[in-house]
Design a protein around this ligand. Structure first.
Ligand SMILES: Nc1ncnc2c1ncn2[C@@H]1O[C@H](COP(=O)(O)OP(=O)(O)O)[C@@H](O)[C@H]1O
Ligand SMILES: [Mg+2]
Length: 283
C-alpha cells in the first residue's frame, strides 16, 4: 500500500498527526489446538518486546475463555465486554502489566462473545483504530479452534504466528488452521513457533515437516520459521506464581528463546501498516 492509500484510509476525526506516525504491527498468535502455550508466549513475548523499547498491548482475544489476566495476577474491573456494549472505551480500560505492557482483558465465562456479531466486530475495529495510535505492537492471544472469532482476528492482523508443539495432535491442528485461513480467508503467510520442544533442531524438523505437508497438499502458503521455545520447567513454575517466566527466570532456556524470538520479530514483522480490516468487511 502506498502513502496516498494509507492517508485515504484515515477516517474523519482521526488526529492528523496520527496519519504521519508509524502505525501498529498487529500480530495474531494462534494454534488450532489449545494448551500449546499461546497465552504464555504472548505475555512473555510482549514483555521482551517492551524491554526493547516498544509500546505493546495484549488483546486477550480468547473471547469467553481468556485468562491472560490470571497469568499476570491481575484482577481487572472492566473487560472487552464493556467495550462491546459501548459502556467503555477500549483505551480507558487497559490494565497495566510488567514493564508497562497494556492488557485488554477478555470477559471470562461469557458464552455470548464466543461468536462476535457484525456490529460487535465493527465496534472493535473502530476502537482499535483509535487505540493503535498508542502502540507499536498489538499481540492477539487467539482462542483455540477454528471458530469465526479466531478467523476474524487472524485476518485482521498483519502477521499470523502459529504455535505448534512436537505432539502430532498439535501438528495436525496447526496444519488445519493454516489450511482454513489460506483457503477461506486469504491468509497466505504464516510464521511458526515450535513450543515445548527439545531444541532448535527438533523445532526445525517439525517446521520442515509442516512445509512438506503444505506443499504436498498445494496449500499455496508460505511458512516462515520464527523460532522455538524449549520445554522448560520454569514455565510451569512461573505460571503457578502468576508471574512471567521471562521476568522471574531471565536466565532460563525458555526466557532466552523468547528473547531471540522478540529480536527476530522486531527485525522482520510486517508493517508498520494498518490492520487489515478490509479483508473481513469486504462483501
Ligand atoms: N515451553 C514450555 N515448557 C514447559 N511447559 C510449558 C511450556 N509452554 C507451555 N507450558 C505449559 O502449558 C500450559 C498451558 O500453556 P498456555 O500458555 O496456557 O496455553 P494456551 O494458551 O495455548 O492454552 C502452561 O501453563 C505451562 O504449564
Ligand atoms: Mg490461552
Amino acid at each position: 500500500m502506498d502513502q496516498a492509500d494509507t492517508l485515504r484510509k484515515f477516517k474523519p476525526g482521526t488526529a492528523v498527526a496520527g496519519a504521519l506516525r508509524q502505525h501498529v504491527k498487529g500480530i495474531a498468535v494462534a494454534s488450532g489446538k489449545g494448551g500449546v502455550g499461546k497465552t504464555n508466549i504472548v505475555a512473555n513475548l510482549a514483555l521482551e518486546l517492551s524491554r526493547r523499547g516498544n509500546r505493546v498491548m495484549i488483546f486477550d482475544a480468547d473471547m469467553g475463555l481468556g485468562n491472560i489476566h490470571i497469568l499476570l495476577g491481575l484482577a481487572p474491573r472492566f473487560n472487552v465486554a464493556h467495550v462491546l456494549t459501548g459502556a467503555k472505551k477500549l483505551r480507558d480500560i487497559l490494565v497495566e502489566g510488567p514493564n508497562g505492557i497494556k492488557i485488554l482483558p477478555a470477559s471470562t465465562g461469557n458464552k455470548k462473545y464466543s461468536e462476535l456479531s457484525t456490529e460487535e466486530k465493527l465496534v472493535l475495529k473502530s476502537e482499535l483504530e483509535v487505540a493503535q495510535e498508542d502502540f507499536d505492537y498489538i499481540l492477539f492471544d487467539i482462542g483455540a479452534g477454528i471458530s469465526a472469532n479466531v478467523m476474524f482476528f487472524c485476518s485482521a492482523a498483519q502477521d499470523v504466528v502459529v504455535i505448534a508443539s512436537p505432539e502430532p495432535t498439535s501438528f495436525s491442528d496447526a496444519y488445519a488452521m493454516m489450511k482454513v485461513l489460506s483457503r477461506d480467508y486469504m491468509v497466505k503467510t504464516f510464521r511458526l513457533i515450535v513450543n515445548s520442544c527439545r531444541d532448535r533442531i527438533d523445532a526445525t524438523n517439525i517446521y520442515k515437516r509442516l512445509v512438506m505437508v503444505s506443499d504436498k497438499f498445494a496449500l499455496g502458503i508460505k511458512i516462515d520459521f520464527l523460532g522455538h521455545i524449549a520445554l522448560d520447567p520454569s514455565v510451569g513454575q512461573a505460571v503457578r506464581k502468576q508471574r512471567l517466566f521471562a521476568d522471574l527466570f531471565p536466565g532460563a532456556e525458555a526466557s532466552k528463546n523468547v528473547a531471540v524470538i522478540a529480536e527476530t520479530l522486531i527485525k522482520t514483522a510486517s508493517g508498520p501498516g494498518d490492520m487489515e480490516w478490509d479483508n473481513i468487511f469486504r462483501g
